[in-house]
Design a protein around this ligand. Structure first.
Ligand code: FAD
Length: 397
């Protein structure tokens, strides 16, 4: 297992750290450590401006090829950048779906027209994207999507009708990528299309879903014959499942060390509160703090192990436990925070207008074990794909 980076990578680290120190200040000072899951409503305009500042500095899409404005950065360098970004307090990225999901998918499977149309806007931090996969009856069972796509021969356009749900940041996004059913007689993974759709048309309605935290980061999205040009289907009509799964496969774990740095900041805050209010003297709390610390170290070594495998940028079996592990760890951290706050956990902190940071943390960590594949689905994947156990029974399609 590689536990150190090369001298060249360390020089790259220094370059990233220097740029962040020089730029993440002044007008951008207030957005440090803000945004991201559970805090997406914070400083949206400023974070959009920051995205463009990153782009001007050449720090968006660093893993993309140089011809598309990237740096051809290796997996290690992308990990390093994410780590330095988190260390500097870089705010939650508003452009991450375009950069990490749409861009790599279009680079691999998009047509030249799609690449030229969409990649520059993502690279410049100007055009934000959201993900239109889940529907009321298609979450874990994604093959059950019912949104329809009908080809209008007269207008030479696709027309999409149906409903998506839990669409994160749809209200801030210009575009959505959608899986929709082209062949009405098809079931499951067959007969689907993968569409790139402009949200700025009257036939798209976005309705925010209020969360327990009091804010709305995700939405219901309704399509009522929304138009999509003939050029905006990725892959062949009917082959949308392959594109949709390829997109999910572009997650390379490059943000893991950065994510752990944010977790460390949260754990440090929890320990500070425990010392302040005396709960740090409680043996069971001390034990749970120690377990949280150990869990975080374990996560780090697993990430380094993930990066050491393959060599060709592909992820090995080690990667399959990561989502289940971090989301369960984070949910437990939220519970620990509430137990340390004690009765104060139920009060709005003095001088605050909304929930305190740890209260929001607790509430949002309940979602961590759901989005990006629930814990139960992760266990199925580990059992079937990593351990080679028999597949669980599936219903007839
Ligand atoms: C904060 C947040 C942001 C999200 N953002 C987006 C987004 O931007 N775009 C998007 O498309 N979606 C998004 N989602 C949706 C997310 O992908 C789904 O919630 C998730 O896939 C689970 O689907 P579901 O909610 O329909 O639950 P269901 O699939 O109905 O699951 C309900 C329960 O049944 C269990 N279950 C289901 N199938 C099995 C099985 N085969 N074996 C064992 N247990 C099973 C699940 O684990 C779960 O506990 C988001 C969700 C959240 C919470």
């Amino acid at each position: 297992m590689k536990i150190r980076f090369s001298a060249q990578d360390e020089r790259f680290r220094q370059e990233a750290a220097d740029w962040l120190a020089d730029n993440l200040r002044g007008d951008f000072q207030p957005i440090r450590f803000r945004g991201g899951p559970g805090d997406e409503h914070a400083f949206v305009a400023e974070r959009k401006a920051w995205e463009q500042c990153l782009a001007e500095g050449g720090w968006t899409c660093i893993g993309w090829p140089k011809e598309w404005g990237g740096r051809d950065a290796s997996i290690e360098q992308q990990v390093i950048f994410n780590e330095e970004y988190a260390r500097a307090g870089g705010p939650g990225r508003v452009g991450h779906i375009g950069e990490t999901l749409v861009g790599p998918t279009l680079l691999a499977l998009g047509s030249p027209t799609q690449q030229e149309r969409y990649l520059p806007g993502i690279r410049a931090g100007l055009e934000l994207w959201c993900q239109g996969y889940s529907e009321p009856s298609a979450g874990s069972d994604l093959g059950n999507v019912r949104t329809r796509a009908v080809w209008d021969e007269t207008a030479r356009k696709w027309r999409l009708s149906g409903q998506k749900v839990w669409t994160s940041l749809a209200h801030e996004s210009r575009y959505v990528f959608v899986i929709a059913r082209i062949d009405p007689s098809s079931v499951g993974h067959k007969g689907l299309g993968f569409f790139l759709l402009d949200m700025q048309q009257p036939s798209v309605t976005i309705r925010p879903i209020p969360q327990l935290t009091g804010t709305s980061e995700f939405n219901e999205v309704f399509f009522d014959e929304a138009e999509c040009s003939a050029d905006d289907i990725v892959g062949e009509p009917g082959d949308g499942w392959r594109v949709a799964m390829a997109l999910l496969g572009f997650e390379r774990g490059v943000s893991t060390l950065g994510q752990q740095m944010l977790f460390q900041t949260e754990l440090d805050e929890i320990i500070r509160v425990a010392q302040q209010n005396g709960t740090a003297r409680d043996p069971s709390i001390r034990q749970r703090i120690a377990e949280a610390h150990i869990g975080l170290r374990t996560m780090r070594y697993n990430s380094l192990r993930m990066m050491s495998s393959g060599g060709d940028g592909s992820l090995g079996r080690e990667a399959m436990i990561y989502k289940l592990y971090w989301s369960s760890w984070h949910r437990n951290l939220g519970k620990l925070a509430m137990d340390i706050l004690g009765p104060d956990a139920e009060l709005i902190p003095e001088g605050e207008y909304g929930l305190g940071r740890l209260q929001s943390l607790f509430l949002f960590t309940r979602a961590d074990t759901i989005y990006g594949g629930t814990n139960q689905i992760q266990r199925n994947l580990i059992a079937e794909q990593a351990l080679g156990m028999p597949r669980e029974p599936r219903g007839q399609k």
